[in-house]
Design a binder for this molecule. Structure first.
Ligand SMILES: [Zn+2]
Length: 367
């Protein structure tokens, strides 16, 4: 499930506070300083890049690798296409940088969001290396990047109205314009190498297995090193926040939350003592505890929403207080709407909610 292009302009900021009890942090709450690398395990290094907004940073991972041209490093995720981020990479790869003289063998994108692949095209062009992604993520990125319309399409306006946005919110959304995605990522290469769920691939002297998930993005790739019990999790599981799971205009009849819950269950097949290297936040252990907490919190919110719509029919915008327990300002409205709709849609699919349409506005009531 993809987020709307509007929401895709924002980083993956999620604003649902969740319990992270029971997790341990092998490196404490310490990560690499700006323009530094930190070794996580043999042949595996960590770079942290700033992103605007509440997430503060994204984690990128460097895996020692080798290709036909010789030794190099595979990069997992790239950071956003911001001048400051490009400067950080230039410093890292520059003469006195921690990665001076290092050549990238490939760029692996966990998913299409701009904080993860914003600089993928730039990196691949600079290092003459391929981009590896799942097909779902690749096609979504290319699809969004190819949309060159400037005006917000009528379908999007109808979607906002359906969710209960008032005139002011619709006007603000309209004023932001459309097709921002192509402007906030560097141009992607024409071709890519496809990653497939279950695929086992050699990176350097080690093997990594691709584990896909869905709900935050269509076909998110995690990388699992079974021998050492290390998971590069992207945004599929984060230590402190719940990843954004949104129903969007591109697949309004979809079930992103159902896919997300299935993906959490799938990740639980990995060993409990797996060391998780997340896209945002600190390296942690306690994978099963975390997956259980995320699942329980989504299920609790579904139950709370079921009660809430049992009291009276509600629109998506009416559910924010119940779901997020905080005020939603204009900057979070798109994502909050997507998340509320994902929960309401899930209730519909579970046979617990019915949607009525009145003057283009969607009202959910108990089934
Ligand atoms: Zn992210």
């Amino acid at each position: 499930m993809t987020r709307s292009a509007d929401a895709a302009l924002l980083p993956d900021a999620s604003f649902v506070p969740t319990s992270h009890r029971g997790l341990t942090y092998p490196f404490g709450h310490v990560g690499p300083e700006q323009q530094r690398v930190m070794t996580v395990a043999e042949g595996l290094r960590w770079v942290r890049l700033a992103v605007p907004g509440p997430l503060k940073h994204i984690n990128c991972w460097l895996i020692d690798d080798e290709d036909a041209r010789g030794p190099g490093v595979a990069l997992v995720d790239t950071g956003m296409n911001l001048e400051a981020t490009r400067d950080d990479w230039k410093a890292l790869f520059g003469e006195n940088g921690a990665l001076s003289g290092v050549r990238l063998t490939r760029v692996i994108g966990t998913h299409f969001h701009p904080d993860h692949i914003g600089l993928a095209g730039w990196m691949c062009a600079h290092h003459g290396c391929p981009l590896e992604m799942t097909r779902g993520e690749w096609l979504t990125a290319r699809m969004l990047a190819a949309d060159a319309r400037d005006a917000v399409p009528d379908e999007m306006l109808a979607f906002w109205r359906g969710a209960g946005w008032d005139d002011e919110a619709v006007e603000r959304g309209t004023a932001r314009g459309w097709s921002g995605f192509r402007r906030i990522i560097t141009a992607l290469p024409l071709g890519y190498r496809r990653l497939v769920d279950g695929q086992v691939m050699a990176i350097g002297g080690r093997t990594w297995r691709i584990v896909t998930g869905s709900g935050h993005s269509p076909e998110h790739a995690c990388l699992f090193d079974a021998a050492r019990g290390i998971l590069i999790s992207g945004d599929q599981v984060l230590p402190r926040i719940s990843s954004n799971v949104s129903l969007g205009v591109t697949e309004p009849e979809g079930d992103p939350l159902g896919e997300w819950l299935d993906s959490l269950a799938k990740l639980k097949e990995l060993p409990a003592d797996t060391v998780v290297l997340p896209g945002h936040g600190d390296v942690f252990t306690g994978l099963h505890t975390r997956l259980d907490a995320l699942t329980r919190e989504h299920r609790d919110r579904l139950d709370e929403l079921a009660v809430f719509i049992g009291e009276a029919p509600r629109r998506a915008v009416d559910c924010f207080g119940r779901l997020f327990r905080r005020a939603i300002g204009p900057e979070l409205l798109g994502m909050a709407t997507g998340e509320a709709l994902a929960h309401l849609r899930r209730l519909e699919i579970e046979g617990r909610a019915v949607r009525d349409v009145a003057d283009g506005v969607w009202w959910y009531r108990a089934a």
